[in-house]
Design a protein around this ligand. Structure first.
Ligand code: NDP
Length: 434
């Protein structure tokens, strides 16, 4: 705490992971040696930099950019770039820390990193977004590379922004190697990468339900957010026969008792991805109810998929969901549930999957994009989707292996943390004190 003042999100993430691996470490004391835990919570490198750019009115704007190179024990740093006004050191350190365990869980050789800037893409012209991305990379380019650190998208960074950043990177480095994942298909992107996080979250929820003899077929599902992860979570959930009754953004929630259809999802995608609009505009177009200022957790459902942002589902929200009969919560976002919410789910016996397990499909498919780039070929949609499903099932198995208690109940938080931890810790111990 003394070393990381003013970093509540980072301390929250560290507390959650260390708390859940602690009894495992007590049984395996080699992990308490060689300063392993002290090294694990300290990022290998933190880069903070000025990003200055000129807006459409000729005014100079200054933002702060970051890259957290958290841990490279099992492979090059890998993790997204976030553009959002809330971005700060604490949030990116928490995300880089979590990413390390998530990437380990995928079984692919990727270390953990995260980056971003306190830039708000909302209300910016396409030209301003491009100039910002170029200014951001004009500093970051010297710290990243296909064998050292490979960024991707996150909140506020989609295919358009990745394209601008990858383009500027190519220009500055005079190389065309794979330095970003989530690229456009015409220059090395992978099929299924846009879908992967949302699809993977739903695959994971289905695995949890299957283990208890149920499935998503016919279940009522709420989704929060309406961005990349949320959209494809909606798509896969309806493909598996669920009825999705909500989406949201920071202005409020759409409640649609008739449920989503592929046609409605196409309209949501048009409003969010092409018109850069708000969910109330979507609600108007499909005639659904919009509740301003509300989150989706008051709506009765059996399955909840938080896909917006960190700490968006509080203890009280969890209690409301439980009272209304929720049986399964799978996180598409990173750390959307507060510690109080997680405790409430676990206490009530709700199947609860933390983001580092259930949303790992995105980075796993980024890993598959890196493999395709290295081999200079592209796999088909079916091939990538099949590998994604296999990876999500593998993560589920790891959670069951490490998270099943004496009564046979699976604690997915412990399972994900311990499985992710063991691989990174073994690699760090093998590589000595560095
Ligand atoms: P997008 O920018 O595409 O969408 C984010 C969505 O969340 C928007 O609907 C946004 O609404 C909403 N949101 C953001 N901040 C808030 C807030 N403070 N309160 C309420 N709603 C908010 O991002 P992604 O879909 O890519 O990412 C969503 C989450 O998933 C993040 O936690 C991210 O770290 C995580 N994730 C993403 C992966 C990926 O592959 N993209 C991989 C793994 C995890 P608004 O427009 O109003 O801000």
């Amino acid at each position: 705490v003394a070393r990381n003042p003013g970093q509540p999100e980072f301390l929250q993430a560290v507390g959650e992971v260390i708390g859940s691996v602690w009894s495992y470490i007590e049984q395996h004391p080699q992990y308490a040696e060689h300063g392993l835990l002290d090294r694990l919570v300290e990022p290998e490198r933190v880069i903070m930099f000025r990003v200055s750019w000129v807006d459409d009115h000729g005014e100079v704007q200054v933002n702060r950019g970051y890259r957290i190179q958290h841990n490279s024990a099992i492979g090059p740093y890998k993790g997204g770039i976030r553009f959002h006004p809330s971005v700060n050191l604490s949030i990116l350190k928490f995300l880089g820390f979590e990413q390390t365990f998530k990437n380990s869980l995928t079984t692919l050789p990727m270390g953990g990193g995260k980056g971003g800037a306190d830039f708000d893409p909302k209300g910016k012209s396409p030209g301003e977004v491009m100039r910002f991305c170029q200014a951001f990379i004009s500093e970051l380019f010297r710290h990243i590379g296909s064998d050292t650190d490979i960024p991707a998208g996150d909140i506020g960074v989609g295919r358009r922004e990745v394209g601008y950043m990858a383009g500027m990177m190519k220009k500055l480095s005079n190389r065309s190697d794979c330095v970003f994942t989530g690229k456009g298909l015409s220059f090395g992107g992978s099929l299924i990468r846009p879908e992967a996080t949302g699809y993977g979250t739903v695959y994971f929820a289905e695995e949890m339900l299957k283990k208890t003899g149920r499935s998503l077929q016919g279940m009522r599902v709420s989704v929060s957010g309406s961005g990349n992860v949320a959209q494809y979570a909606v798509e896969k959930a309806i493909q598996l026969g669920a009825k999705v009754v909500t989406v949201s953004d920071s202005s409020g929630t759409v409640v649609d008792e008739d449920g989503f259809s592929p046609e409605k999802l196409a309209i949501l995608m048009e409003v969010k991805n092409h018109l850069y609009g708000r969910v109330n505009q979507y609600a108007e177009r499909v005639g659904a109810k919009f509740v301003a200022g509300a989150n989706p957790w008051h709506v009765p459902v059996e399955v909840a998929l938080p896909c917006a942002t960190q700490n968006e589902l509080h203890g009280e929200d969890a209690k409301t969901l439980i009272k209304n009969g929720v049986i399964c919560v799978a996180e598409g976002a990173n750390m959307p549930s507060t510690i109080e919410a997680v405790e409430a789910f676990e206490h009530a016996g709700v199947l609860y999957a933390p983001g580092k397990a259930s949303n790992a499909g995105g980075v796993a498919t980024s890993g598959l994009e890196m493999t395709q780039n290295a081999m200079r070929l592209s796999w088909t949609r079916e091939e990538v989707d099949a590998r994604l499903l296999e990876i999500m099932q593998g993560i589920h198995r790891s959670c069951v292996e490490y998270g099943t208690d004496a009564s046979g109940r699976v604690n997915y938080v412990n399972g994900a943390n311990i499985a992710g931890f063991v691989k990174v810790a073994d690699a760090m111990l093998a590589q000595g004190v560095i």
